[in-house]
Every structure is written in structure tokens, then in C-alpha cells.
Design a binder for this molecule. Sequence first.
Ligand code: GLU
Length: 305
Amino acid sequence: MENYKTIIEDIYYDLKNVDDIGEVANYIPELAFVSPNSFGVNITTIDKENFGIGDFDQKFSIQSISKILSLTLAYKLEGENLWNRVDVEPSGNPFNSLLQLETNLGKPRNPFINSGAIVICDVLLSHLKNPKVDFLNFCKEIANNTTLNYNEKVAQSEKKSGYRNAALCNFIKSFGNIKNDVDEVLDFYFHICSIEMSCKELSQIALYLADDFYTTHKGNRVLTMSQAKRINAIMITCGFYDESGEFAFKVGLPGKSGVGGGIVAIHPDKYCITVWSPKLNQNGNSYKGMLFLEKFTSKTTSSIF
Ligand code: GLU
């Protein structure tokens, strides 16, 4: 940890005052109120050692990073049948694109683009009695953290402006790949995206993807080793919108970003690291977050390749 800590501090202070050419997401109006120069980093090792710097303790909207958690629960509940509903191929298209759904007959290319995550929400609705409560309880157990919650304002703000997600959900339903009521699926999807966590909480909750032997404080396993391997594989191929190749190329870790400016990256058997900086590059990924992680894996020589 001492080695990681010194390197994180050096990179953090190097980047803190770098001119950030990104822009805060504002297509969900409520997200535009974030303080644009926030910058935090946190690492948790599989020995549960933890180090954070900057705004690492401040909660932010994790947005698409929550797609890892919804996928995890759906995979637990549905098993391998899940892949009949959603594919595991990179899309090479924007995260909210409708294009491939037409030719792929309503089967989304992967669970991390919006269409795929919407189908995952539909799968969860079919399994859970009280979907919002049950999903949050699942997250709380993995993280051993009772403070996790949805941000109702963000969820409602997205509901009002989420025309494209509504189009995706309706379009998929027309192919029969949404089983529940469209409004219920979308409401659940918007709530899952609105969950807030700090970098510290995020690096703790995602540790089950780094640690093959992870059990929750109640003694439950989150995933089998093979399931965790598969989710890591989808993260490295599909976790960064149109920039997943670039992230693998420059950083070399499985990860997932969100339009709230967060990034979580996993080094299997070593650590989970998170960065939050809300200004996004042209591909919707945190500008400083990408730079930070590229420098971090280079200086620690700790990518998976
Ligand atoms: N709630 C956002 C949307 O559906 C999530 C986008 C993201 O973080 O990639 O547009």
C-alpha cells in the first residue's frame, strides 16, 4: 500500500491543476449542478487496506457504474440464461444508440450500454418483490454500508428528460425482450442510475470483482469465480462507451465509467481503484479520471497485461 499511496499522491498533485478540457454532463439537468472541479481518488486492496485523497469521501452520482451491480444481481438470479436476453459484444456505438437493436432483433449488444442495462432491469423486475428496496439492500450488503441510497431528484430529472431511454425500452418491448410494464422498467432504471457513492464506497463495493474469495459481512459470496471473471471480461471490452479499446490500451484494467464523472477499475487479485472528476471528454468518460489511471498503472506497472 505504501508504494501505491506515494504514487497516487504524486499523480493527484500533478493533475490537480492541469487544465481540464472536459465538460460536465448536462443532458440530465440535475447532474449539471455538480461542482465541476471536484477530484477524488480511492484505492482498496484485497487485504482491505484503504487510501483516499482529495474529494474521495464525497458522494456523487455513480450513473452507469451501477450497471455493474445490476448485472451482478441479475446474473446471480438468472444464471447463464441471462445471455439469451443480452449479448456480450462491444457495440462500437454510443451508449444510448438505437441503431443495432433493429438488426439484432431487440437483443442489446451488452449489459453496459443503456439498452442492455434496461433489459437487465426488466430481468430484475421479474425476480424481485420490491425491486428498488431489494436492489438497494443487495448493494448495502455487498458494501456493508447502510448509507447507500438513490437520489430522488436525479432520478426524477432523468425521468423527465429520458426520451431516448424511453424509446429504447419501447423499441425492445416491440421485439418481446421486455416482459414488464415499460414505465416500471424505466422508473427502476432511472433509480438505479441515480445511486450515490463516494470514491471510497465505490472502491469498497466493487472489491468482490478483485477478490476471488470475497464474502460479505453476512458470510455470503457475491459471485462464483467464473461469474466474476465474466463480469471483468465485459468490463474490459465494454466498460467505457466508444473508448473501451482506448482504456484497455492505455490503462489495461477492467473498469466502468459513468456520466457523473466516476470511474472504477479492478486489478484482479490486487485492488480496486476509483477516481471521480466530473468533467467528461468527448466520449463521455472523465477526462482527468482517464489520465489518472493511465499514469497510475504505468507508474505502478500494475496493469493486467
Ligand atoms: N442514466 C444515464 C443514461 O441513461 C447513464 C449514462 C451513463 O452513465 O453512461 O443516460
